[in-house]
Structure formats: C-alpha cells, structure tokens
Design a protein around this ligand. Structure first.
Ligand SMILES: [Fe+2]
Length: 261
C-alpha cells in the first residue's frame, strides 16, 4: 500500500506529514514503515492515544530501548530536573538520539502527556538530506573525514563525562549517507553536551556549526512542532536531526526509542 501525496508535506523540501484522520494504533506495522520512509516524520494530532498504546505500537516496530534512566521503555521529559538540560527546560540543539550513548536508534516517538501554561518548547526536525545540499562542501568533507567528538554534561548520559567520545560524522542508511553531527551549544548557553571536531580549533568549529545550523534550521527544511496534549511525533532518527527550544510551564513528554534492526 502506498501513501504517495496523501498528506501535504510540512516543509517546502517535501518532508513531514500531519496526520489527523488516523491514529497510530489504526495503522499496521507496514503502513507506519511506509509513511516514515516517505515523509521521515509524522505528527499525529487530534486523535490522542495513551502512552501505553504508543509503547505497544512501537514495540511492534522493533526492540525498544530500556535502561535505568527510563521507566520501562519511557523516558519522561517533564522539565523537573532544573539542574539539568535534557530533563529540565533547556534548549537542545540539533542531534540524533543515541549518538552520544553509542546506540543505533532507528525511530523516536515523542508523546505529549501534559501541556498547560507552556511558553516555548517547540520540537524541531530537519530534513538534512535536502538541507545539506546547501552546506559548503568543505564543511561536509571535514566532518566526514574527522568525525566529531562529544562529551556528556547532563548526568542522563550513560557514557563517562570526563572523556571525549568519537561519533562518525555521517551515517549510512540504505545506500544514502546522512549527516550525523550533534550540534554544539552556543557560548553562554547551559549545555547538555559538548561537541568538538578533532584537530579544529573551537572558534572555527563554532563558525562551521553556526553556518550549518542556519541552513538546517531554516523553515525550508525544518519543521517546528507546537505541542498540544495528546500529540505524537514519530521521527526517523537516522535520516533527520531534531532538537527542542527551551520552555517554561507544566509540560510532560514521553520519549520512546526503537532500535535499528
Ligand atoms: Fe532527542
């Protein structure tokens, strides 16, 4: 079954679909895979499902990530850890889930369980396949050749905070190569992680990331999701990068990750 052109894309570059006529639980495993392959991310709205239904449904797509940071398969992101960024309210730059943990996460589901008196906090998803065509070739070559290195700051990450962890600059998925960089924080922002490009001084690395950021986060390629209670975002974690704006208010998201086969 194909869904070609059934949904109007969420970016001018042709990715993303807002789905209001069906619930996640109405779709077969194959239908979900087909939709994700075509659109790269799906925003289910207006037909709330429960977090348990999301876990059940995503569990049919592959093995769900479970670790001691999670309750079962669910990582609760409710802004309650004011001393941390990821589990607090801070800005999260473009990244791929699992990169710093060394895990190959194929799909990420983010479900909104609570949303009251919230300002800010849009989740953004970038169509990096299209956007990187506008990034200077020399930057992409540099990142492909050197890779990047990341270091956790938040206690959430299971990797040691006192060493730099190597992350490949590109990731191959079914014959195509996708930028795999977690982006650094800007000077003065409270970081969840640190990023560097081996052998490149900090000022130049910041300038390179800043120029890439301005393309990847441009609305031609990047979708900004305004959350409502009951919304579910399902995103291809390897063909896209995503992040989150800082927020204030009572908000609880549930993050569920499906490992690659
Ligand atoms: Fe994430």
């Amino acid at each position: 079954m194909t869904f070609t052109s059934r949904y109007r894309p969420l970016t001018p570059s042709g990715r993303g679909a807002r789905i209001t006529d069906r619930r996640l639980t109405d779709l077969s495993v194959q239908e979900i895979r087909d939709l994700v392959d075509e659109y790269q991310w799906l925003a289910f709205q207006e037909n709330p499902v429960t977090a348990d239904e999301v876990v059940d449904c995503l569990g049919r797509l592959g093995r769900l990530v479970e670790n001691d940071r999670r309750q079962g398969a669910v990582l609760k992101l409710d802004g309650s850890r004011k001393d941390e960024v990821l589990l607090g309210e801070g800005f999260m730059p473009l990244h791929r889930d699992g990169a710093l943990m060394g895990m190959n996460v194929a799909l990420v589901g983010i479900y909104c369980a609570q949303h009251q008196d919230v300002t800010g906090g849009r989740t953004f998803i970038s169509d990096i396949e299209s956007a990187t065509r506008e990034v200077p070739r020399e930057y992409l070559d540099l990142i492909r050749e050197r890779g990047i290195e990341g270091r956790p700051v938040d206690r959430y990450y299971t990797k040691a905070a006192d060493t730099w962890h190597r992350i490949p600059g590109f990731l191959d998925v079914e014959g195509k190569s996708y930028l795999n960089a977690g982006f650094p924080y800007r000077p003065g922002e409270k970081p969840s992680w640190l990023v560097r490009i081996p052998g490149v001084d900090d000022a130049r690395a910041q300038a390179i990331f800043e120029e890439m950021r301005s393309v990847l986060m441009n609305e031609r390629y990047c979708y900004y999701h305004e959350w409502r209670e009951g919304d579910l975002l399902l995103l291809d974690n390897r063909r896209t990068l995503h992040g989150r704006e800082a927020f204030r208010g009572r908000r609880a998201l549930a993050n569920i990750q499906v490992m690659a086969a």
